[in-house]
Design a protein around this ligand. Structure first.
Ligand code: SF4
Length: 276
């Protein structure tokens, strides 16, 4: 199910990799840069969580500063992750990218979907969300995150004080997999240049990876969403926050609190960037 959080078999892009015990721990190619302290928001979505959220304990690790856009001392090791770097060369604008994407036939998904769902939102967004792939409603409407999971994402954004029209939302694959199945590694790999180009064009400072596929595609192929969520990862001046896919929350309410905590960190970082 593209609109869901899944624990993918690892790796998804390297068929020669033999999973080890390390696969269930923090990714080694990327270094978490330390969690920030979440600030309490006004939770209309989960009012029962708001009081507890305001008691967020002080964390021992220092909060990361806003991304500077320059390589850090750990950038070399981070560069050793899978081929998920966002090259810095100039790119055509987003409209041109969308036109190109909508004529794409690089994988078989296009033959089975209604339309290409490129993504939408503020082309100058500091905050970008990346999910897995279009579901049924997205395929019909041509817009990302408009089904049940999308409506929940809207509520999550509202709960932490982020407007949907100030962010950009996209998926790893732009065409709906048949039957809402998980995109294959080949499909995700084929579509990755579109996502990379989007990221280069939008130049977000923060990317929230919604679910396992986005996390493994953009952060580390060996990452387990249950282990890495809630931690900041940095690469090429972009801060990455992995968290559960909203669809996972529809199935499992226990994931609400961790997502709430993760989104508070995102909001805090966003606010910090606004005032930097
Ligand atoms: S999923 Fe991506 S790579 Fe495949 S046809 Fe659609 S746009 Fe092209």
């Amino acid at each position: 199910m593209p609109e869901s959080e899944r624990q993918l078999p690892l790796p998804i892009f390297d068929d020669t990799h033999t999973p080890t015990e390390d696969d269930s721990t923090q990714p080694t190619a990327f270094a978490a840069v330390g969690p920030g302290e979440g600030q309490p928001g006004q939770s209309a979505l989960w009012p029962e969580l708001a009081p507890a959220a305001q008691k967020t304990p002080r964390l021992s690790a220092p909060s990361p500063g806003p991304p500077t856009g320059t390589a850090t001392s750990t950038s070399t090791s981070r560069e050793e992750g899978r081929g998920d770097a966002v090259p810095q060369e100039p790119t055509p604008d987003l409209e041109e990218l969308e036109k190109e994407c909508k004529t794409c036939r690089k994988c078989d998904l296009r033959a089975g979907c209604t339309q290409v769902v490129f993504g939408e939102g503020n082309p100058h967004a500091k905050l970008m969300f990346v999910g897995e792939g279009p579901g049924q409603q997205e395929d019909i409407q041509g817009r990302p995150f408009v089904g049940a999971a999308g409506q929940l994402l809207d509520k999550i954004l509202a709960a932490v004080g982020i407007r949907r029209d100030e962010v950009y939302i996209a998926n790893v694959v732009k065409c709906r997999p048949p039957g809402n199945r998980l995109p294959t590694s080949e499909e995700a790999e084929a579509c990755l240049p579109h996502l990379r180009a989007q990221i280069r064009a939008i130049k977000p400072k923060i990317i929230v990876c919604l679910g396992a596929l986005a996390t493994q595609t953009l952060i580390d192929k060996r990452a387990r969403i249950t282990r890495v969520r809630g931690n900041w990862f940095e690469k090429n001046g972009i801060m990455y926050m992995p968290t559960f896919h909203p669809a996972a929350l529809l199935r499992d309410e226990t994931k609400k609190r961790p997502v709430w905590e993760d989104m508070k960190k995102v909001k805090e970082m966003l606010d910090r960037l606004e005032t930097a």
